[in-house]
Design a protein around this ligand. Structure first.
Ligand SMILES: Cc1cc2nc3c(=O)[nH]c(=O)nc-3n(C[C@H](O)[C@H](O)[C@H](O)COP(=O)(O)OP(=O)(O)OC[C@H]3O[C@@H](n4cnc5c(N)ncnc54)[C@H](O)[C@@H]3O)c2cc1C
Length: 448
């Protein structure tokens, strides 16, 4: 491995709105900053840049305006991004281990503060058929759309729960391949009184109107109060069976995009009592959306600067509380009246895609040994032991375990996975290769 890089005051991980705002705030201060992102360009999830700059996708004006603002911050910042560099973990001494994605070598950085601005991850609940080919996550389909400007060819159904399904449906329509429907499990428009509380945050209402108008212009039905029962492969495509108070309906399509909300990307992040000071910013602290992420990035930088100067951090900006209230309203609007439980799923429904563990496998293990601990479930059933290390399945395995065991206290995904590094799969060779090997990009820091 390389020598440890020690002259860093603040390591900022992530170049979405939170990371960009944090670096912009740290830039003029008298501190050395190393700024990394696993991707090749800044922008994060919402402002993912297209491979060809001439392509664009349908976005509300508020989103475009944010990117223009962030681009100015990037241009004016004295700190440059070290791209294609992934944070993989913190060792017991508090030294950060990074992987250079081009050369595959690892780098070690001892920073006084680490700001994690690593965003949110998408939730997709298990359903019969959710692992079939051409069943995507909505986020994955949106990434393809953002990078290429092109929608997948063929008939598309967007389904699940949460505002992203509407955004994706509208973006596919504007890109020339409107989905045959957007299926939403909740019924947000039935909760008019709660919806009126969004008047205090007109930006969210304007964005919603933009996407809903686009769906309406392309005659895409928004089927609220409707949920997927199963997806099966037929001769003529994927058969998606849905149910609602109006009855059952089957859609025959070539692609299904599933989405069930987002949650902070806190997987495997450590709480530390000793140095370095760990600060989370943006959606990885609390998934409150891109505008709040920008405000929170600046807050995180202020906290880092206060720590370095031995001062007390300033209070959380009031704007974050206001956005939290608006997001809680959105959450309430998209809450399902009757939430189906994982326990009701057929036994052959896949829970863990990496190891092919099913609902039936877990139930059979618990029938033999009802008191199994989350860790025993992992070790005996191989749940969360595949290449995603529980990143996608641990929440659902923990929820089903809680439902079957019927305890009073919710079981956390971290009880199954534990917290340890590397936080994502990394090649053994990258841990043992010397970062000074030919081809390794040395990170660019702004030093004092
Ligand atoms: C799938 C998905 C789709 C979304 N679509 C929309 C939408 O259509 N409209 C909308 O308003 N909001 C959308 N959001 C929410 C929006 O993206 C976020 O609110 C906003 O981007 C949060 O900004 P952030 O800076 O906290 O994180 P992000 O913008 O997610 O930025 C995080 C950055 O961290 C980097 N990163 C992550 N892990 C590592 C690591 N280990 N090492 C190095 N770098 C790392 C990532 O590459 C990324 O650039 C979506 C979120 C998701 C997850």
């Amino acid at each position: 491995m390389t020598d440890v890089i020690r002259n860093i005051d603040v390591l900022v991980v992530g170049a979405g709105p939170a990371g960009i705002a944090a670096v912009a705030r740290l830039g003029p201060g008298n501190v050395s900053v190393l700024w990394i992102d696993q991707r090749n360009k800044p922008g994060g999830a919402i402002h993912r840049r297209p491979a060809n700059p001439a392509t664009s996708i349908a976005l509300p004006n508020s989103v475009k305006a944010q990117w223009e603002r962030l681009e100015v911050l990037i241009t004016n910042s004295p700190v440059t991004l070290t791209p294609q560099t992934t944070f993989v973990g913190l060792d017991s001494e508090g030294v950060a281990v990074l992987e250079d994605r081009i050369s595959g070598a690892s780098l070690q950085v001892a920073a006084r503060v680490i700001i994690f601005a690593i965003g949110a991850v998408e939730r997709v609940l298990p359903r019969p058929g959710w692992t079939l080919p051409n069943v995507w996550t909505a986020g994955g389909m949106q990434v393809m759309l953002k990078e290429t400007g092109e929608a997948p060819k063929g008939r598309i159904l967007v389904a699940g729960n949460g505002p992203l399904t509407v955004a994706l449906g509208a973006q596919l329509a504007a890109a020339g391949n409107a989905p045959i429907a957007v299926v939403e499990a909740a019924n947000p428009t039935a909760k008019l009184l709660q919806g009126l509380r969004l008047l205090s945050n007109p930006r969210l209402l304007i964005e919603a109107r933009y996407y809903l108008n686009t769906l309406s212009r392309h005659n895409v039905p928004w089927k609220r109060g409707t949920r997927i029962v199963s997806i099966e492969r037929g001769e003529d495509g994927l058969h998606v069976r849905t149910t609602s108070a109006r009855g059952d309906e089957t859609f025959i399509v070539d692609h299904v995009a599933l989405h069930d909300g987002i949650r902070p990307n806190s997987f495997g992040l450590f709480e530390r009592k000793s140095a370095p000071l760990i600060i989370r910013a943006g959606d990885c602290r609390e998934a409150l959306g891109a505008v709040t992420a920008e405000v929170d990035g600046a807050r995180a930088a202020d906290e880092a600067l206060a720590h370095l100067r031995g001062e007390k951090p300033s209070p959380t900006p009031a704007r974050i509380d206001a956005e939290r209230r608006a997001q809680l309203v959105l959450k309430e609007l998209f809450r399902m009246a009757c939430m189906p439980t994982l326990e009701d799923l057929p036994d052959d429904t896949v829970l863990c895609r990496c190891e092919n563990g099913t609902v039936g496998t877990l139930k059979a293990m618990l029938a033999r040994n009802p008191g199994m601990s989350p860790r025993e479930v992992k070790l005996n059933g191989r749940f969360g032991m595949g290449s995603c290390q529980g990143r996608f399945c641990a929440d659902n395995v923990a929820a089903l375990l809680g439902q079957v065991q019927g305890g009073d206290v919710a079981i956390e995904a971290s009880q199954l996975t534990g917290t340890r590094w590397p936080i994502r799969p990394v090649q053994i060779s990258s841990l043992i290769r010397d970062g000074n090997d030919a081809g390794t990009t040395q990170p660019k820091t702004r030093t004092k």
